[in-house]
Each structure stands twice: as structure tokens, then as C-alpha cells.
Design a protein around this ligand. Structure first.
Ligand code: COA
Length: 313
């Protein structure tokens, strides 16, 4: 029987500096009312200029390893989902290896799939664990979008935030853990959301893609798990915009209390948004042992991805 892989520990890092919509309205031709009504975002965190993505990733990773009851030497592989690495190379994952004291020789690489990156990382880790290559894989989503935002472009500057979230994946008890996954990309539509090096976006196109693709991906991953939409106990969507989440929630016919919303407090943190939301919900006590939890991401590429898992170790 294939080994089931699940989440053994989780950790997050959020920069202290809270930037409100009012703060942005002082610098840009925008308003709290516009941002709130179009995106649902009330505030976001911005890292200090000198703070690197790897520093946020390291802090989140350290907590996740501790939460899993492990030590850095137990980690067999490090995957960091990010599109805002410290440098083109070395990878953030390599920097994290050194900073966390994970032994030299442990494989480390970054995954570039933007807001779907964390799910891509989870699925990659799952396969290495199931193959018996490594017992424990550290998967981190970490972003510093404040460094690639054109602060003069109000249509993108208001959307993004900085932060990091990490999990340790390993084998779990029988029916717990990841049941199914779904990954996809459509390079032909990549032009709608790109960074070269600053973010530029066709907001309408990305919005249309997201409201269509997110429910399709969720339905597909749930079907692959042999379940139905109504079996979902909790949905953790990538946090880009409350209108996108709300439209998808309605299409999936899920009640509000089963869908995580943290974009109001953190903005869109790209690869970090899913682990940040997951950690928030765990802290709130919303996710219980044996729950069917679906994580779903979508973003630049264009890419999408989801995992359906049964919560618990
Ligand atoms: N403050 C005030 N006005 C703004 C603004 C801001 N921050 N940003 C844009 N506007 C203006 C535009 O200039 C435009 O003005 P105009 O009609 O005079 O030309 C007007 O608001 C409408 O712009 P539009 O882009 O059509 O708004 P929208 O309703 O599509 O909302 C987004 C814009 C970006 C919020 C929306 O398209 C969206 O959420 N897209 C998805 C983005 C996303 O999630 N990306 C990441 C995916 S991982």
C-alpha cells in the first residue's frame, strides 16, 4: 500500500510592520474604500528593506521543525516555493539549509510556480517521501513582494504583502494525509501576470481565470479523492482577493464558515498565503482531526494546484 504523507508541523513568520490602506492612500491615488470593496484587503505586512526572503523562510522553517517534534538534522530535503528569492542563485532553500543548521549534503531547491508554488512544493515532497527517498521534507512558501512591486502602480501596489509559512511533511497514520492532488499550468496565458522585474498584471484577465479555475481544480481534486464537494470540511484557498474566494465558494456551494479568509489581514502573499492561512485556522481551532481539508492555489504561469487531505497524523 502507498504510504500516506501528511503535515507533521507548521510555522509562520510575518514582518512586524503593518501597512494599512490608509497608509497607502497617503502615497498613492487610492482609498481605503476602493481597496476594501474591490479586494477585501484591510492591511498587509511589509518586511524591512534589508530583510531577505530567506530570513523569513528560516524563521517559519525553524518553528515548523520544532512543531513537528524534529530537529534540523532529521530533514531530508528542503523545498522553498518563492518568486522573490534573495538572489537568482544560490536558491533560498540553500540559504535556509545553512541558516537552520540542516546538515550539508541535504538537497535544497526553490520551486517557481508563484501563488501555486506551495502546493507544487507539497506534491513534490509527497512523491520523494512515498518513494522512500527522504522521511521528512521541509516545504516553505516565502515571499517579499514589497521588493518587486512598482510602488507608483496603484493597481498592483495595494494587493501584495510579505511573509512566510512552512510545513514538515512525513508519513502519517493509515487514512490521514494527502489523498489526491491536482496540478496544472497554461503558459499561453502567462503574459497576464508577470514580473520583469516589477509586477505587471492584467487584473481583469487574472480575475476571470481565478474564478473559473479555482472551483474546477477543487472539484477535480475532490473527485480524485473519491469524495464530493459537500464532504469538504475546510477549504484553504490562495488568498488573492475576497471577491475571487467568494465567487468560488458560491460555485462550490460551500458555507462561509468552511472557507478560510486571511487576505484581509495579510494581503496576497503569493506562495506564503496557503501556509499562513492554514496556520491561522489551526490557531483558531477551526480544523479538527479527521477533517477533509482542501488547499488550492492559482496564479502566475498561469498555474494552479490543489491537494485534498484528511487532517491528522
Ligand atoms: N485605487 C483606486 N482606483 C484604482 C486602483 C486603486 N488601487 N486600482 C485600479 N483603480 C482604478 C482603475 O484605474 C480603473 O479606473 P478607470 O475605470 O478610470 O480606468 C478602475 O479602478 C477599475 O479598474 P479595474 O482594473 O477594472 O478594476 P477591477 O474591478 O477589475 O479590480 C483588481 C481590480 C486588481 C482588484 C481585480 O481585477 C482583481 O482582483 N484581479 C485579480 C488580481 C489578482 O488576484 N492577482 C493575483 C492572482 S494570484
Amino acid at each position: 500500500m502507498v504510504k500516506r504523507v501528511g503535515i507533521l508541523g507548521i510555522g509562520t513568520y510575518l514582518p512586524e510592520n503593518v501597512v494599512t490602506n490608509h497608509d497607502l492612500a497617503e502615497k498613492l491615488n487610492t482609498s481605503d474604500e476602493w481597496i476594501r470593496s474591490r479586494t477585501g484587503i484591510l492591511e498587509r505586512r511589509n518586511a524591512p528593506i534589508e530583510m531577505l526572503t530567506s530570513e523569513m523562510a528560516t524563521e517559519a522553517g525553524k518553528i515548523a521543525i520544532r512543531d513537528a517534534g524534529l530537529s534540523p538534522k532529521d530533514i531530508g530535503m528542503i523545498l522553498v516555493a518563492t518568486v522573490t528569492p534573495d538572489y537568482a542563485f544560490p536558491s533560498v532553500a540553500s540559504v535556509v539549509q545553512e541558516r537552520l543548521g540542516i546538515p550539508s549534503g541535504t538537497p535544497a531547491m526553490d520551486i517557481s510556480a508563484a501563488c501555486s508554488g506551495f502546493v507544487y512544493g507539497m506534491v513534490t515532497a509527497m512523491h520523494f517521501i512515498q518513494a522512500g527517498s527522504y522521511p521528512y521534507v521541509l516545504v516553505i512558501g516565502a515571499e517579499k513582494f514589497s521588493s518587486i512591486i512598482d510602488w507608483a502602480d496603484r493597481s498592483t501596489a495595494v494587493l501584495f504583502g510579505d511573509g512566510a509559512g512552512a510545513i514538515v511533511l512525513g508519513c502519517v497514520y493509515e487514512d490521514r494525509g494527502i489523498i489526491s492532488f491536482e496540478l496544472g499550468a497554461d503558459g499561453a496565458r502567462g503574459k497576464h501576470l508577470l514580473a520583469d522585474p516589477m509586477v505587471s498584471m492584467s487584473g481583469r484577465e487574472v480575475f476571470k481565470f481565478a474564478v473559473r479555475q479555482m472551483p474546477l481544480t477543487v472539484e477535480s481534486v475532490v473527485q480524485k479523492a473519491g469524495l464530493k464537494n459537500e464532504d469538504i470540511d475546510f477549504l484553504i484557498p490562495h488568498q488573492a482577493n475576497t471577491r475571487i474566494i467568494e465567487t468560488a465558494r458560491e460555485r462550490l456551494a460551500l458555507p462561509e464558515e468552511k472557507v478560510s479568509v486571511t487576505v484581509n489581514r495579510y494581503g496576497n502573499t503569493s506562495a506564503a498565503s496557503i501556509p499562513l492561512s492554514l496556520a491561522y485556522e489551526i490557531q483558531q481551532g477551526t480544523i479538527n482531526d479527521n477533517d477533509i481539508v482542501v488547499l488550492v492555489g492559482f496564479g502566475a504561469g498561469l498555474t494552479w494546484g490543489a491537494v485534498c487531505l484528511r487532517w491528522g497524523k
